[in-house]
Write a protein that binds this ligand. Structure first.
Ligand SMILES: O=C(O)CCC(=O)C(=O)O
Ligand SMILES: [Fe+2]
Length: 388
């Protein structure tokens, strides 16, 4: 019952976001009655089950060489080839490998080593910077199982890092960052913050490449100006043999919230999977020196879903501990997001404009549940990409 009320409410919310005018009291009543009627029918709006099911795809992700957009002296032809390849990859998969980013493989390996070292710290050290001790409740370490996707516990532990505001407060996402101590992890903070600067520049190259194909250069310029970012360092112990995947997997299927995600992962194969158009799952095994990159909800919304914010998930079996470090390249904090002119999908009402920061906050503030607390039935559904 609770679930139905919640679903009704979500549908109503979605409906009101899509409307330019608020509903009158009587229309609200009719809508809720209609909604209850729909709920009595077979559950057509339930989220598609992306838990652990689905066949393995024979498709492979395409490869994009971004170097022409990061080198000042590249030719117009080289840029065109890159922006065309990128365009196709974004439309077909929303996911691709990236080479030509200018960061050498050894440097990337050294970051992953730091990640492994962090998770090897004594539990007590990691707990000392737990997110619930942070000013805003989301910056720092989460224990295994505390990250929740669509009401299921993910079998991962992680360190979450966001840019620090000038005047930290207890407001949502306005706190100061918790870092491991310099005794535990010498140079860790400086190294990771330096990495975010490097990644922002690569993200800017992608915004240029997209503007070359999609037009609306002013919007893509805005997207690369003072942009927000999120960095996660994630640790995945292998799922135990007896683990019931119905109760959750390493990372439940989801879409990412921002513009582009650059995933750096260690060489553990068979973990990350990407949903193909036909519903099968493409293995996105790491290629040394390349990033796995994907489109997030913001670019998906701007392009009226032409560039796909694709569902992906992690099911990590095997014997080793896996580390991944996704860098989320985001718009400006308060940038207003709505479909670019000419990009509303046919037959679809454009979503009401929203700010990136509001979207991010609405997604992350019901993402963490302490291990010793019961999960509520409320799935933290992403309304922007709940497309069945
Ligand atoms: O660890 C991975 O391979 C993917 C992580 C991910 O999708 C995320 O944190 O959004
Ligand atoms: Fe993701």
């Amino acid at each position: 019952m609770y679930r139905n009320v919640n679903k009704m409410y979500m549908r109503y919310e979605r409906h009101s976001r899509a409307c330019t005018r608020p509903l009158s009291i009587s229309s609200r009543y009719i809508y809720l009655v209609y909604s209850a009627y729909l709920d009595a029918m077979p559950d057509i709006e339930m989220l598609k089950d992306r838990s652990a099911s689905g066949s393995v795809s024979t498709q492979r992700l395409p490869l994009v060489d971004i170097s022409p957009y990061l080198q000042a002296d590249s030719s117009a032809e080289a840029r065109k080839l890159t922006s065309d390849t990128l365009d196709k990859a974004c439309r077909e998969f929303g996911f691709f490998y990236v080479t030509g980013h200018g960061l050498d493989a050894e440097y990337l390996q050294s970051l992953l080593k730091l990640g492994h070292k962090f998770f090897e710290l004594p539990q007590q050290s990691k707990d000392s910077i737990h997110i619930f001790k942070s000013m805003d409740g989301v910056r720092g370490y989460q224990k295994l199982g505390e990250n929740v996707t669509y009401a299921k516990r993910d079998q991962q532990e992680a360190l979450d890092i966001y840019p620090e505001p000038e005047y930290p407060s207890t407001n949502r996402l306005e706190g100061s960052q918790l870092w491991p101590s310099d005794d535990d992890m010498p140079g860790f903070k400086a190294t990771l913050l330096d990495y975010t600067e490097k990644m922002k520049k690569i993200g800017h190259g992608f915004m240029q490449a997209m503007a070359d194909t999609l037009g609306h250069r002013e919007i893509f310029d805005e997207l690369q100006n003072d942009n927000y970012w999120v960095l996660r360092v994630i640790g995945y112990p292998p799922l135990p043999e007896e683990h019931d995947t119905e109760s959750g997997i390493s990372c439940g299927a989801h879409t990412d919230y921002g513009c582009l995600t650059f995933l750096l992962a260690d060489d553990t194969p068979g973990a990350l999977q990407v949903e193909a158009k036909d519903g099968s799952w493409i293995p996105a095994d790491p290629i040394p020196g390349a990033f796995v990159v994907n489109i997030g909800d913001i670019i998906d919304t701007l392009t009226g879903h032409q560039y796909k914010s694709t569902y992906h998930r992690v099911i990590h079996r095997g014997s080793r501990y896996r580390v991944s470090i996704p860098f989320f390249f985001e718009p400006q904090r308060d940038q207003v997001i709505k479909p670019l002119e000419g990009f509303t999908a046919p037959g679809e009402t454009a979503v009401a404009p929203f700010t990136y920061f509001d979207h991010l906050k609405s997604m992350i503030y019901n993402h963490f549940v302490p291990n010793d607390e019961a999960l509520s039935e409320k799935p933290n559904v992403n309304e922007l990409t709940q497309r069945g």
